[in-house]
Design a protein around this ligand. Structure first.
Ligand SMILES: [Zn+2]
Length: 64
């Protein structure tokens, strides 16, 4: 659970997941990503744990 970036598509295993929805919720940040390769929809829930790590997406995904 330590890695919140670099999420792999559960269907095809590629890393080309585009964020098409993102919203702050109570205590966490909800995202919906769509795989560019196979179209699989992947939902993620990012929770801040203590000290927030440096914002290092490395995937070119920008916060909306
Ligand atoms: Zn995929």
């Amino acid at each position: 659970m330590s890695e919140q970036v670099g999420i792999l598509c559960p269907r095809c295993g590629c890393r080309h997941l585009e964020v098409n929805y993102g919203r702050h919720r109570q205590g966490y940040y909800f995202r919906k990503r769509v795989c560019r390769n196979c179209g699989k929809e992947v939902r993620t829930k990012e929770v801040a744990m203590g000290v927030a790590p440096a914002c290092n997406t490395g995937t070119g995904i920008r916060e909306l």
